[in-house]
Ligand binder design. Structure first.
Ligand code: GDP
Length: 456
C-alpha cells in the first residue's frame, strides 16, 4: 500500500439534515479520533466496523457534539487505509465544528475525489470502477443507476481484462516466433492468429457501440417538441409530465420562449424541450424563438413533430417540417379524440408516427415506447449483455485498440515483420489499459478525480 497523509472532509452535503458525516482516512485517522472522542471505549480499542457512542471534545475539554463513531481498519475500507466516520448532528455549523476538530488534530482537508483516488491508488478499485462512483451518485434514472452500479461492481473491467487476456495470447504466439526460429516452433499458424484478432475486434466494436446508449443513460436524451402554434405542443408536454407547467391556451403563438423539463421515459432520463411556435412572423420576440427552435432542432437527439390531426396541414406546418431530419423525427398526430382530417400523405418521408390526444391522455404509452424504439436504446442494451460504456474516454480507448488490431491485419497482408505485429498488439493492450487505469497518464487521472465532489 502507498503511504499518504491523513485527510478529512464532510461526506454528507452541506445544509441541515438528520445527521452529518465526517470522514477521515489515512494512517493517523484512529489516533486523531482518539484525541477528540470520549466514550466507553477508547478509539484505539474500537473494533473495526462497529458504531460507538460518545462525545467529541475540543482542546478545552468542552463538548462539541454527541456522536456515533466507526473505525474501518485497513485494508477493509473504502480507501484501503484506516478510515474513521463520525456521525454528528446534521447542521452547517455543527459539522463545520467537528471538521475543525480533526483539522486541529492534524488532518488535511481532502481535495475533490481524493478518497476515491486513494481507493484507486491502493488497488481497491480500478479506474473504470472509480469513474462509476460518480455515475452512481449522479444517476438520473433507475436504469442509469443500475448500469453505473454494474460498472462499479467491475463488470466492465472484467470484460476489458478478458479482452486483454485474449490479446496477450496472440502476443505470446507472435513473440514465440520472434524469439525462436521456425524450425524450433514451426511455421506461424496465421489463422490461429488472425481469427481470434478479428473476433476480438468485433467484440470490442460491439462494446464501443454501446456508448450510444451509455451516453443517453448518463446524460439523458434531448427531445424537442416542435410544431406550428396551436397543434397542442404545450398540452403534450404537460401530458408527458403529468403536471401543468407550460401555459396551455387556445390563442396562437403564446409559447414564446422554450421550456425545458426533465422526466424519465422507460428508464431513460429525458430533457423535454418545448420550442417556440414555429411560423413566419414579424414579431421580434417570436422570430427569436423561431431562431432558437432551429438551433435546438439541430442539437436534439429526437424531434417530436406535432401536427393537428383534425385539420389539413398548413404552410406553417411545413415551416416546422423543414426543420426536421426524418431520421430523428417522430410525428405525433395530436387530437385523436376528434374526427381526423389531416392529409398525412404529405409526410411520406416521416414514416414514424403516433396518434395521441394530449388533452385526454390517449396514446401516451405508445408514444413513450415509440420514443425509446426510435432511439434504438432497448435493442442496444439487450445486445450488449448489460455491459454498457458511459464514458467517451472508454469509447475512444476501445476505438484506438480496434485501430491497432486493424493495423495488425493490414501488416499481415503486407507481410510486415513479426515485430510490427507485436507492436500493434502492444498498442492495443496499452489502449485497453487506459480504461482500467494501468496505462492512464497522470494528468488524465487528475482530471477524472477533480470531477468528483469533496468527501467522495
Ligand atoms: P401549442 O400552441 O402547440 O402549444 O398548443 P396548446 O397546447 O396551447 O393547445 C392549443 C389548443 O388545442 C388548446 O385549446 C388545447 O386545449 C387544444 N388541444 C390540445 N391537445 C388537444 C387534444 O388532444 N384534443 C383536443 N380536442 N384539443 C386539444
Amino acid at each position: 500500500m502507498l503511504s499518504f497523509d491523513t485527510i478529512v472532509a464532510p461526506a454528507t452535503p452541506p445544509g441541515e439534515g438528520g445527521i452529518g458525516i465526517i470522514r477521515i482516512s489515512g494512517p493517523d485517522a484512529v489516533a486523531f479520533l482518539a484525541t477528540v472522542f470520549r466514550g466507553k471505549v477508547n478509539a484505539s480499542k474500537m473494533q473495526s466496523h462497529r458504531l460507538y457512542h460518545g462525545h467529541l471534545l475540543n482542546r478545552k475539554s468542552e463538548r462539541v457534539d454527541e456522536v456515533l463513531a466507526v473505525v474501518m481498519r485497513a485494508p477493509r475500507s473504502y480507501t484501503g487505509e484506516d478510515v474513521v466516520e463520525v456521525h454528528c448532528h446534521g447542521g452547517t455549523q455543527i459539522t463545520r465544528n467537528v471538521l475543525d476538530l480533526f483539522l486541529d488534530a492534524g488532518a488535511r482537508m481532502a481535495g475533490p475525489g481524493e478518497f476515491t483516488q486513494r481507493a484507486f491508488l491502493n488497488g481497491r478499485l480500478d479506474l473504470s470502477q472509480a469513474e462509476a462512483v460518480i455515475d452512481v451518485i449522479k444517476a438520473r434514472s433507475e436504469r442509469a443507476g443500475r448500469v453505473a452500479l454494474s460498472q462499479l461492481e467491475g463488470h466492465l473491467s472484467r470484460k476489458i481484462y478478458r479482452f486483454s487476456d485474449r490479446l496477450k495470447e496472440s502476443l505470446a504466439l507472435i513473440e514465440a516466433h520472434i524469439d525462436f526460429p521456425d524450425d524450433e516452433v514451426g511455421v506461424l499458424d496465421l489463422p490461429a492468429l488472425l481469427d481470434p484478432v478479428r473476433e476480438l475486434s468485433q467484440d470490442m466494436q460491439t462494446l464501443a457501440n454501446s456508448f450510444d446508449v451509455g451516453r443517453v443513460l448518463r446524460d439523458g436524451i434531448n427531445v424537442l417538441i416542435l410544431g406550428r402554434p396551436n397543434v397542442g405542443k404545450s398540452s403534450l408536454m404537460n401530458a408527458m409530465l403529468g403536471e401543468s407547467r407550460a401555459i396551455v391556451t387556445s390563442v396562437a403563438g403564446t409559447t414564446r420562449d422554450t421550456l425545458e423539463e426533465h422526466l424519465v421515459l422507460a428508464g431513460f432520463p429525458v430533457r423535454l424541450i418545448d420550442a417556440a411556435g414555429v411560423r413566419e412572423t414579424d414579431d421580434p420576440v417570436e422570430s427569436e424563438g423561431v431562431r432558437r427552435a432551429t438551433e435546438k432542432a439541430l442539437a436534439a437527439d429526437l424531434i417530436l413533430l406535432v401536427v393537428d390531426g383534425t385539420c389539413p396541414l398548413t404552410d406553417e406546418d411545413f415551416i416546422a417540417l423543414d426543420l426536421c431530419q426524418p431520421a430523428k423525427t417522430l410525428v405525433v398526430v395530436n387530437k385523436s379524440d376528434q374526427a381526423q382530417d389531416c392529409n398525412l400523405d404529405n409526410l411520406a418521408l416521416f414514416t414514424h408516427r403516433v396518434a395521441v390526444s394530449a388533452k385526454h391522455n390517449l396514446g401516451l404509452v405508445d408514444l413513450s415506447h415509440a420514443i425509446v424504439e426510435r432511439l434504438g436504446c432497448d435493442a442496444t442494451l439487450s445486445g450488449s449483455e448489460g455491459v454498457v460504456i458511459t464514458e467517451r474516454r472508454h469509447r475512444d480507448a476501445l476505438t484506438s485498440a480496434i485501430t491497432s488490431l486493424q493495423g495488425l491485419l493490414v501488416s499481415v497482408k503486407t507481410l510486415a515483420p513479426l515485430e510490427c505485429l507485436a507492436m500493434e498488439l502492444r498498442e492495443a493492450l496499452s489502449a485497453l489499459g487506459q480504461i482500467t487505469g494501468e496505462t492512464t497518464p497522470d494528468e488524465i487521472l487528475d482530471q477524472i478525480f477533480t470531477r468528483f465532489c469533496i468527501g467522495k
